[in-house]
Design a protein around this ligand. Structure first.
Ligand code: SF4
Length: 375
């Protein structure tokens, strides 16, 4: 499976926790940026490759003129062999997309919408710097359904400052009542360089402690399970058949080709990325730069470690047979020490049907377990 990711680095306003490659106040650059992205797509050396998923993410793709997004998708179709029935996602923020915009995107071929909601509590939304209310989210969700989106994902966050278990349950209840096909629920991480990091350093930000976070995670797993959502990855839940095919490519170390500022690619065993800044990216592309010229081939051992690290995020875990097929080596031999430790001694892993996976009760320490597989 191969996916295409296109990055749209524009936002109306930066959220207080966000360290993504996105910028506010420069949306007037979106037209020249769109042209650069299309030029990069058209000149890709991987042209005509079969593509299974296309994902336009950000930033906030829907905060720019939808014609740019539609032109980008059209150029992907012209330059690559996009499979029939491919999953084609666009990210969206409430308050930046009305029915007309969503309808135009749906008609152009986007068939999956990922909406950033984060919380159903307006006070929390304000505190974390979101530009929308929960009412805006509901309107956006309804508009998306009316526009014909039958595959909608909603992003949520827990561990937010001032968030209680009760507020979290209320968010989960209100979201599941709307019936999205997919829900991502991530715990807040305070990243360096963000306003939240500064506030925390000054002792002005108090967030739920580890125990409260773990309780919120357990709540989301139970709550969504009871309502027909399967946890297929540590932070991702879906109704049957609606797992994110694009993200599964990342988690199974499949191939992806990135376009746009800071976009990463992993294709034909080579890794490379575009310049991070918007102006740098536009200048780079318009002067004939090619991200793939800086490609590096990753050593096998690093790939094997990454394959384990990412695969253990999945509920199904990592298949010993697939590992052997891909690398020509036995997983048990390469990772003898961590497997012995986690499978037989502290028993945080289990083996079932030829797959090694994290036991559900140890998901909350998954990072510690996974990091033992970085040899
Ligand atoms: S909308 Fe998303 S990308 Fe933009 S600032 Fe907020 S979290 Fe970051």
């Amino acid at each position: 499976m191969t996916g295409i990711y296109t990055h749209i680095p524009f936002c109306i306003k930066k959220c207080a926790y966000c360290d993504f490659n996105s910028y506010s106040g420069i949306r007037d650059m979106s037209y020249s940026y769109g042209k650069a992205v299309i030029s990069e797509i058209k000149n890709s050396p991987y042209k005509n490759k079969k593509i299974d998923t296309v994902y336009i993410g950000g930033g906030t793709p829907t905060c720019i003129d939808e014609k740019i997004l539609i032109d980008i998708l059209a150029s992907v179709r012209e330059s690559f062999d996009v499979a029939e029935g491919a999953e084609i996602t666009v990210e969206c923020n409430p308050g930046t997309a009305n029915f007309k915009k969503l309808h135009a995107l749906r008609r152009a071929g986007f068939n999956r919408l990922s909406i950033g909601c984060q919380s159903a509590d307006d006070k929390l939304l304000k505190k974390i710097g979101r530009i929308h209310t929960f009412e805006d989210f509901k309107n956006c969700f309804r508009d998306a359904r009316r526009a014909g989106f039958e595959n909608i994902s909603v992003d949520l966050m827990f561990g937010l400052p001032g968030q209680t278990a009760e507020i979290w349950r209320d968010t989960l209840r209100k979201i599941t009542e709307l019936g999205p096909e997919h829900i991502s629920a991530y715990s807040l991480k305070i990243e360096e360089g963000t306003p939240f990091f500064e506030m925390k350093s000054r002792g002005e930000l108090s967030v739920p402690d580890d125990d409260a976070n773990r309780e919120m995670y357990d709540t989301v797993v139970e709550f969504l399970k009871d309502r027909g959502y399967c946890r297929y990855e540590i932070s991702n839940f879906s109704k049957a058949g609606f797992e994110s095919r694009h993200n599964l490519i990342y988690w199974t170390l499949g191939e992806y080709i990135g376009f746009g500022a800071g976009a990463h690619s992993f294709v034909c065993g080579r890794r490379f990325s575009d310049p991070l800044g918007v102006s740098d990216y536009i200048d780079f592309i318009s002067s004939g730069g090619r991200a793939e010229d800086g490609a590096e081939t990753e050593p096998d051992i690093d790939m094997m470690c990454e394959y384990m690290f990412l695969g253990l995020r999945l509920d199904r875990g990592v298949s010993e047979r697939e590992f052997k097929k891909r690398f020509g080596k036995d997983m048990g031999e390469v990772f003898k020490k961590p497997i012995e430790k986690h499978l037989n001694v502290i028993r945080t892993l289990e083996s079932s049907g030829g797959n090694i996976k994290i036991r559900p009760e140890y998901t909350y320490v998954s990072n510690l377990i996974m990091s033992d597989f970085i040899l």
